[in-house]
Every structure is written in structure tokens, then in C-alpha cells.
Design a protein around this ligand. Structure first.
Ligand SMILES: [Mg+2]
Length: 370
């Protein structure tokens, strides 16, 4: 692929509305933007999206910077690759660190698709012209939740994911269900429960949730399998799907009926595509999860969501929901609950807003092939 250089930027921006779960409140978002340039001057873009502290995953912005700078970028620049699928093997000496790998993997795939003059999603069999948008509601009370839902309904969002905890789950879901009897709602617990809460969780079946996401520990598969046998509501695994191997174990154990796939968490496109294929083979519906990402990662997610197994609305917001200044052009918009896919443009299909990128950049490091 004749890669000449890699640039890594640390960007940061306040969120227009804070993102709150029972684990953490995020009000400023950092990310790492990876730019991979070939000898013809084409640039592929990727985005690594760990949080600033390890509340969601073991990786953080600083661990990713370190692993990218010391290992992943030097390996990429040292030995030429013919195809992005070779990256997994090249990086096999680096265990885990999947969010760091994903940022650079995305940039190489974007570059490759641009070299092929093809939309990135098409390289993996994606055919959709538009992708359904789903919203995430982070509210302490049902009154607050209803106030968040109402303006999103006008934009047509197709699914409403309610962040719940052991303390507020029933009053929150009861209030929302009463106000909106037919709204497609699901709950995301971010591991707020243990298997000892089985009877309590069974009581949530009455709210007719599309699914309950990650009720038990972030790295568990076996107790989720036990819980699923005792719930009418489908379980969706999010945090537990950390790799293809984890997804294969989840399928074998029947730990979930739905999978939320986050490209960042599994290490990038190659792993994500393998998990997608596995889920298709086992008729497990997928949706594309979000990480409060900037537009570059969102553009990659949008391309991923064009694949045929993504039959449920993912965490897709318009750019202006969280950002006063997003990194891509045009901005992502939600119209009648869908986002148009730029499938006739190469790579991720969006241009980079270089003014916005410069404005949000806090630090830049460049690496050149020698
Ligand atoms: Mg989740």
C-alpha cells in the first residue's frame, strides 16, 4: 500500500449535553485521530475512542497513545503491507489494546478504499443507501426522559435506548412506557446487575423492551446465558463482545439474542467483519454501538451499519446533537429517522473539516517511513 507517514492527533471538545450513566458522567470528550498517508498523498482517517479514564474499558486515551506511538505505528511503517487484512497478523505481538488498533486499522482501511476508489462499506458487502438512527436517553427520572424523547420523536429516531440502574429502572421504564405505549424502547444496564438480580430483572419483562443490553458483568458470558433462559426480554451483549473469540463463545453458550458491535472495542474492521459474518450464520441480529464519537468514527460506523446483518437501529445521532464543531463535512444529519449513506464516494465517504480538526487538536505527533 506504500504508506509514507502516519499522523496522530489528540482532539478534545466539550459535549453540548453531558452523557451520564450509573458509572460515569462525560462532559468533555477526547479522541485520537489517525491519518495514514500513502506515497501518492492520499490520506485515510481513523479515530480511536477510549475514554479519558478506564470506566468503560481498560484502555484510555493515554494508553492508546502509548501503544500506537511505541508499537502499532512503528510496525505499520516498518514492514509494507499489501492489504489491510494483514494488520492483525502484523500486530499479533501486541495483545489486546483493541481500541488503539481500531483507530489505525480504520485509517488504513479508509486509505485502501480510497485507493480502490470504492465506498468502504461496499468492500464488506454493505449495500444500504440509508441507516436507521437510534437515540440514547440518559435520565434520572421518567419526566426527564420524556423531555429528552419528545424532540427526538419529531426527528423520527427509530429506537430509544434508556440507560438504567438498579435504583431507577422500574419507575423510569414505567413512566416512559405509560407516556409512550408503543415506542420502540430498550434498556442499557452497563453491567448494573448481578445474577442474584434475576427475579428483579424478570419484572422488567412487562415493559416490552426490544432488548436489555449488558445487564451483567462487562466480561461475563456464562451468567448471561443463565439469565437469558429466565427472561422473556432478549439480552443484547455489548461490553462482553470484545473480540471474535468472545462473540464465538457467546454464540456457543447462547448468552445473548442480539449483539451490539462496536468496531473500536473489537479492534477495527477485520474483527468487526468476522463477528458480523458469525452473527449472520447464527441468525443473531446486530446493531452498531456508539462511543460518543466524533464524525470520523461515526462515518466508519455508518459504513459498518450498511452490512446486511445490521437489522436494528444503532447509536446514531446527528453531528449537532453532541458537537458544536464536528470533524467531517458534510455533517451527519437525521431526516425522518434515517441517515443517508455517502455510498458513491470513496473511503468513509465524508470529507474532513480541516478547520474543525485544527480547532479541536491539542497535540500532534508525526511518524515517517524511513
Ligand atoms: Mg452499551
Amino acid at each position: 500500500m506504500k504508506i509514507r507517514s502516519v499522523t496522530m492527533r489528540l482532539v478534545a471538545s466539550p459535549l453540548k449535553v453531558p452523557f451520564t450513566t450509573h458509572l460515569q458522567q462525560v462532559s468533555t470528550r477526547e479522541a485520537l485521530i489517525l491519518e495514514v498517508m500513502d506515497t501518492d498523498g492520499r490520506i485515510g482517517y481513523g479515530e480511536a475512542d477510549p475514554f479519558s479514564s478506564p470506566w468503560y474499558s481498560e484502555e484510555t486515551i493515554q494508553t492508546c497513545r502509548y501503544v500506537l506511538r511505541e508499537f502499532l505505528i512503528p510496525i505499520l511503517l516498518h514492514v509494507p503491507i499489501k492489504h489491510p487484512e494483514e494488520l492483525e497478523q502484523r500486530w499479533s505481538a501486541v495483545r489486546g489494546n483493541r481500541m488503539a488498533k481500531s483507530g489505525l486499522d480504520q485509517a488504513v482501511w479508509d486509505l485502501y478504499a480510497k485507493q480502490m476508489n470504492t465506498y468502504l462499506g461496499k468492500l464488506f458487502g454493505g449495500r444500504k443507501a440509508e441507516v436507521d438512527a437510534g437515540a440514547v436517553i440518559t435520565a434520572a427520572t421518567s419526566e426527564q426522559a420524556i423531555r429528552q424523547i419528545e424532540p427526538l420523536l419529531k426527528k423520527g429516531y427509530k429506537r430509544y435506548k434508556i440507560k438504567i440502574s438498579r435504583e431507577n429502572d422500574r419507575p423510569l421504564l414505567e413512566g416512559i412506557r405509560t407516556a409512550f405505549p408503543d415506542l420502540p424502547i430498550m434498556a442499557d444496564a452497563n453491567s448494573a446487575y448481578t445474577i442474584r438480580d434475576k427475579d428483579h430483572l424478570q419484572k422488567l419483562d412487562r415493559y416490552r423492551l426490544m432488548m436489555i443490553e449488558q445487564p451483567l458483568a462487562y466480561n461475563d458470558l456464562s451468567e448471561h446465558a443463565i439469565l437469558q433462559k429466565n427472561l422473556a426480554t432478549p439480552i443484547c451483549l455489548d461490553e462482553s463482545i470484545s473480540s471474535y473469540a468472545a462473540a464465538a463463545s457467546a454464540v456457543m453458550l447462547q448468552s445473548a439474542k442480539v449483539v451490539a458491535l462496536k468496531m473500536g472495542r473489537v479492534g477495527g474492521w477485520t474483527q468487526a467483519a468476522r463477528i458480523h459474518k458469525l452473527c449472520l450464520q447464527h441468525s443473531i441480529p446486530l446493531w452498531c454501538g456508539g462511543m460518543i464519537e466524533f464524525g470520523i468514527a461515526k462515518a466508519h460506523n455508518l459504513a459498518l451499519a450498511t452490512l446486511p446483518g445490521f437489522t436494528l437501529p444503532g447509536d446514531f445521532y446527528a453531528s449537532d446533537h453532541y458537537w458544536t464543531c464536528d470533524l467531517i463535512s458534510p455533517k451527519i444529519t437525521v431526516d425522518h429517522g434515517v441517515i443517508s449513506v455517502p455510498k458513491d464516494r470513496p473511503g468513509i465517504g465524508f470529507s474532513i473539516d480541516h478547520d474543525a480538526l485544527a480547532h479541536l487538536t491539542c497535540d500532534v505527533q508525526s511518524f515517517v517511513h524511513r
